[in-house]
Design a protein around this ligand. Structure first.
Ligand code: F6P
Length: 564
């Protein structure tokens, strides 16, 4: 392929960028009445208003031309048809099969994967219902009421985010928690008020080797066995007695069934399959979502899958110009690659989406945080942005100062809903007033003339001299780009659509940048070194340290201080 930056479409955009960068958003709105409608897409129950961006209809045409030139549509078709587009791991990328509600087959290596997908979903539904109806009993005969998901990264962030997002749909009599950190505090705090006899752990790990998850699983097993059978059984988790108890209080989700079996679980009844063609960060719709399904029930889980599928179809079938993931992706490319903006904020005005930005951080940064292209050579352009965010309105009282008046421009997505699950007084109108106010303020700002006039008017009423030295401080330059994404209500379908919207946005960006969005080699070195350092921290004799001078000193400091 011609190098991205040498494409005529890229060069054209570069030229166009220098022209558009001279025009303020306010001016774009003045010049183009009807802009808000032209630069909006309403589909799939979502409204995407992208008119408050540094683009004209012409800019969008040039961006779509770029998407066409790199073959975004063809790439999407390759993904949906099960081609092994994860080239470094020689795997298909088929999270769309997990929520394929069409009844159509999807093939990997000539085999339709849909029967297996459906079988696992059915098995999940049976397990979820048995807990939700309190028929699933622990080893002492008490019904299971507490579910603790033990997983990290994609085996945690998706279900944790979605469980929080869909709390209004959850069984409030069940306790569902998510433990990810290898810091023992996480597990200790999550279990301290739970009755072990009523607690089920779900060990979620595609590989079943992840240090954090396996450490938590072993500690959880010890905690459970010690409480239900005493310390001697806890010390021998492979004993028959221990395995029986573990069988009643543990489930596993993994692509490595043999390893889950070695942990003491029956592969038929207690292990839920995953497949190598599902990436961890794209696995929410697989059995990785089991804790979520237990919490919200199979019906709501399937509603979520329907939402995912609706957005998958939108992405696959809609022309680029009306394709929401494509538009978001191109705007991200526009800012990242042509204006040099390095971060992207996701600002959800819904408390239930409090984990959404954290979830998207992994989805986006682990996917596109790459500097080597699919062909193995370094890319000569910027790739994935730093993604971050907090729910509104909290962020307004924390970091929005920088968004409005800082020296950095942060493109942002604002997400909000017409209806609240908790219509308390006028809270929701206030929440949404803030969302709309922020995008307006960011785009249009407040001029020095306006500030001066206000200061003079205020001073006049107090019979004082106006503090005109404050004019520059109180001026808002505006011209800060934002997208607004609205939906009627944060329900299971909408959540599915939102997540799929971002998944496909990330995919499109990866295609344009020419990186493999589905591997994550960048996490390996830290794991490798931690495995080398761990015995050095634990050694009873002074170990010979062969790291750099700084790391050696830090290890010695820890060894000394942690013992006294
Ligand atoms: O280390 C990164 C990572 O591999 C993620 O990609 C993944 O979601 C997470 O670890 C957990 O992996 P697993 O499900 O195999 O425990």
């Amino acid at each position: 392929m011609t190098r991205l930056v040498e494409l005529p479409e890229w060069r054209d955009l570069k030229q166009h960028c220098s022209e558009i960068s001279k025009v303020h958003l306010g001016e774009l709105f003045r010049r183009e009445p009807g802009r808000a409608q032209t630069l909006s897409i309403e589909d799939c129950g979502l409204l995407l208003d992208y008119s408050k961006n540094w683009v004209t209809a012409e800019s969008m045409r040039k961006l779509f031309a770029l998407a066409n030139a790199v073959g975004v549509k063809q790439a999407a078709e390759r993904m949906f048809s099960g081609e092994k587009i994860n080239v470094t791991e020689n795997r298909a990328v088929l999270h769309v099969a997990l929520r394929n509600r069409s009844g159509q087959p999807i093939y990997v290596d000539g085999k339709d994967v849909m029967p297996e997908v459906r079988a696992v979903l059915d098995k999940m539904a049976v397990a979820a219902e048995s807990i939700r109806t309190r028929q699933k009993l622990g080893s002492t005969g008490k019904p299971i009421r507490n579910v603790v998901n033990l997983g990290i990264g994609g085996s945690d962030l998706g279900p944790a985010m979605a469980y929080e997002a869909l709390r209004p749909y959850s069984d409030r009599e069940l306790t569902v928690r998510f433990v990810s950190n290898v810091d023992g505090t996480h597990l200790a705090e999550a279990t301290r008020d739970l009755d072990p006899a009523e607690t089920l752990f779900i060990v979620v790990s595609k590989t079943f080797t992840t240090q954090e998850t396996m450490t938590n699983a072993e500690s959880a097993r010890r905690w459970l066995l010690a409480a239900l059978a005493g310390p001697s059984v806890a010390a021998d988790p492979q004993s028959e007695k221990a395995r029986k108890i573990v069988g009643s209080h543990f489930l596993a989700v993994s692509a490595a069934t043999d390893k889950a079996a070695a942990f003491g679980l029956d592969p038929q009844s207690s292990v839920f399959a995953m497949w190598d063609w599902v990436g961890g960060r794209y696995s929410l719709c697989s059995a990785v979502g089991l804790a979520l399904m237990i919490g919200i029930g199979p019906t709501n889980f399937f509603r979520m899958l329907n939402g995912f599928h609706a957005m998958d179809q939108h992405f696959l079938d809609t022309p680029l110009e009306r394709n929401m993931p494509v538009v978001l992706a191109l705007l991200g490319i526009w800012y990242n690659n042509f204006f040099g903006l390095q971060t992207h904020a996701v600002l959800a005005y819904d408390q239930y989406l409090s984990r959404f930005a954290a979830y998207l951080q992994q989805a986006d940064m682990e996917s596109n945080g790459k500097s080597i292209g699919c062909d193995g050579s370094p890319v000569a352009w910027q790739t994935g942005p730093v993604v971050w965010g907090e729910p509104g309105t909290n962020g307004q009282h924390a970091f929005y100062q920088l968004l409005h008046q800082g020296t950095k421009i942060v493109p942002a997505d604002f997400i909000g809903f017409a209806k609240s699950h908790n219509p308390l007084g006028d809270h929701h109108a206030k929440l949404m007033a803030n969302l709309f106010a922020q995008t307006e303020a960011l785009a249009f700002g407040k001029s020095a003339d306006q500030v001066r006039a206000e200061l003079e008017a205020q001073a006049k009423t107090k019979n004082q001299a106006p503090r005109l030295d404050l004019v520059p401080h109180k001026t808002f330059p505006g011209n800060r780009p934002t997208n607004t994404i609205l939906a009627e209500r944060l329900d299971p379908e909408t959540l599915g659509k939102l997540v799929a919207l971002y998944e496909h946005k990330i995919f499109v960006q990866g295609v344009i940048w020419g990186v493999n969005s589905f591997d994550q080699w960048g996490v390996e070195l830290g794991k490798e070194l931690a495995n080398r350092i761990l015995p050095e921290l634990q050694a009873t004799n002074e170990p010979e340290l062969k790291h750099d001078e700084s790391t050696n000193r830090l290890i010695r400091w820890f060894r000394q201080r942690s013992r006294n």
